[in-house]
Design a protein around this ligand. Structure first.
Ligand SMILES: Cc1ncc(COP(=O)(O)O)c(C=O)c1O
Length: 386
C-alpha cells in the first residue's frame, strides 16, 4: 500500500473535468497525460478557497513568485536563485516559445534529445525553427546524453540546446558532472541553453537535481531555466510557470518578453504556485514518498500480471514510466492495442520520437488499485493481439 492509496478513489476522480478525465469516455482508464490523481494539497486548496471567497478573480500580479521559488530552491536544491531573476510565464512551453521569439533568427537550429516530451517538437514547429535531434544513448536499461553527438551539433553551428532535466519520458536526472559538461560545451561553442526543469521538484531518493543555473552562472554560459509547480503539485490547469535567468544577460532577455506576459499568467496559478513552493513542501514530500514506492512496485506488478518481457527502469524522478514493450509482439504502437483491446489510455512511445517505437509511457502518479486495473486491462489486450 503506497502513501496516498487510501485517498484515491476512481469514482471521485471520474468527476474531475481536466484533460485526463474528460478526454475519453468513461469506460477508458486514463494513464496518459501527465496529471496526477493525488488529492490537491490542502495549503493550495485553502489559498484558492480564500481567493474565491474574497472575489479575487482579476488579473495576475506575479510579484511574490520570485521570493517563494528562491526560498524553495535554497531548501530543496541548496541553490539560491536571485528572486529578481524569476519571471512569470503562463506555461513552460509558452516560455520556451516566447524566449525563442526574442532570441532566434530564422534558420537557427535547436538541439533536442529524443525520445522527449512531444511538445518540444510542436513548440519548435510553432516558432518555425529547425530541430536538430541528438538522441539519447540507450545503455542497457538506462539512457545517457550523447555528448559526442551534442558536440558535433554545436560544432556544426547549432545555436540553442533545449534540455529536459529531469527527462520526460525516460526519467533520467542528469548528474552534476553531466550538467557542467553540457554547460562547458555550450560555452565553448557559444550556444544558448534552455533547461526545462519542470519535473525537478519530483526528483526521487537516490538522485539529486542540479539546477542548470548553477553551471550556467559558474561557467558563464547563456541560459534560461524553466520550472513550475504544475507537475509536483498537479496544478497545470492554473497556468503559471517560471522563467529563470542566471545572469544579467538572462534578465535583459526576459525583459524583452511581450509586455502583456504577466497578465497572461493565471491569477489562480500565481496564488497556487506561491502556496506550493512556500507552504506545501510537506505535501510534495508525501508525493515523492508515494512515487518512490510506486516506481519500485511497478516492476513487481508488471511481473505479477505476466509482463516479465516489458523492460522498465524505474525513473529517477516523477511519475512517468517508459515501458519497452517491444518483446510483446504488439508492433510499433502498443498503446493502440492496449487502448482498443483493453480500454486503457497510455501515451504511444512514438509521440516522443522515432526512438519510441514499441514503447508506451505509463503514468503511475495514482493508486496501486488503479495501476492494477490498468495492468489487468493491458493483459486482456495483450492476450488478444499477441
Ligand atoms: C518536460 C515537460 N515540459 C513541459 C511540460 C508542460 O508544462 P507547461 O504546461 O507548463 O507547458 C511538461 C508536462 O508534462 C513536461 O513533462
Amino acid at each position: 500500500v503506497a502513501t496516498f492509496d487510501s485517498e484515491i478513489d476512481l469514482l471521485q476522480l471520474r468527476t474531475r473535468t481536466s484533460e485526463k478525465w474528460a478526454k475519453y469516455p468513461e469506460q477508458i482508464l486514463p494513464l496518459f497525460v501527465a496529471e496526477t490523481d493525488f488529492p490537491l494539497a490542502a495549503e493550495i486548496a485553502d489559498a484558492l478557497h480564500r481567493a474565491i471567497d474574497r472575489g479575487d478573480t482579476g488579473y495576475a500580479v506575479p510579484s511574490g513568485l520570485g521570493k517563494a521559488y528562491s526560498d524553495f530552491s535554497v531548501k530543496r536544491y541548496g541553490y539560491r536563485v536571485n528572486p529578481e531573476y524569476v519571471f512569470a510565464v503562463p506555461e513552460v512551453m509558452v516560455g520556451v516559445a516566447e524566449v525563442l521569439r526574442v532570441l532566434a533568427k530564422p534558420g537557427d537550429r535547436v538541439v533536442i534529445n529524443p525520445p522527449v516530451y512531444p511538445p518540444f517538437f510542436a513548440t519548435l514547429d510553432e516558432v518555425a525553427l529547425p530541430i536538430e535531434e541528438v538522441p539519447l544513448k540507450q545503455e542497457g536499461d538506462s539512457y545517457e546524453l550523447d555528448f559526442d553527438g551534442l558536440e558535433r551539433a554545436l560544432a556544426d553551428g547549432v545555436r540553442f540546446v533545449l534540455l529536459c532535466n529531469p527527462h520526460n519520458p525516460v526519467g533520467r536526472v542528469y548528474s552534476r558532472d553531466d550538467v557542467f559538461a553540457i554547460a562547458r560545451l555550450a560555452k565553448q561553442y557559444d550556444a544558448i541553453v534552455f533547461a526545462d526543469e519542470i519535473h525537478a521538484p519530483l526528483v526521487l531518493p537516490g538522485a539529486e537535481h542540479t539546477p542548470f543555473d548553477i553551471a550556467a552562472s559558474e561557467i558563464g554560459v547563456r541560459a534560461i531555466s524553466f520550472t513550475s509547480a504544475s507537475k509536483g503539485w498537479n496544478i497545470a490547469g492554473l497556468k503559471c510557470a517560471l522563467a529563470i535567468a542566471s545572469s544579467e544577460w538572462g534578465v535583459e532577455t526576459l525583459k524583452k518578453l511581450p509586455e502583456e506576459m504577466p497578465e497572461r499568467v493565471g491569477h489562480f496559478g500565481v496564488i497556487a504556485t506561491i502556496a506550493a513552493f512556500r507552504d506545501a513542501v510537506p505535501y510534495l514530500d508525501h508525493v515523492v514518498r508515494h512515487l518512490d514506492e510506486q516506481r519500485i512496485a511497478l516492476r513487481l506488478l508488471l511481473d505479477e500480471y505476466g509482463f516479465e518481457r516489458i523492460r522498465y527502469a524505474p525513473p529517477q524522478a516523477s511519475f512517468l514510466a517508459w515501458l519497452d514493450c517491444n518483446e510483446l509482439g504488439l508492433g510499433a504502437n502498443p498503446a493502440l492495442q492496449f487502448f482498443k483491446g483493453g480500454d486503457v489510455a497510455l501515451y504511444p512511445g512514438l509521440k516522443f520520437g522515432s526512438q519510441g517505437a514499441g514503447f508506451v509511457r505509463f503514468n503511475f502518479g495514482t493508486s496501486t488499485e488503479i495501476i492494477r486495473e490498468a495492468l489487468t486491462r493491458m493483459k486482456a489486450a495483450a492476450s488478444q493481439y499477441a
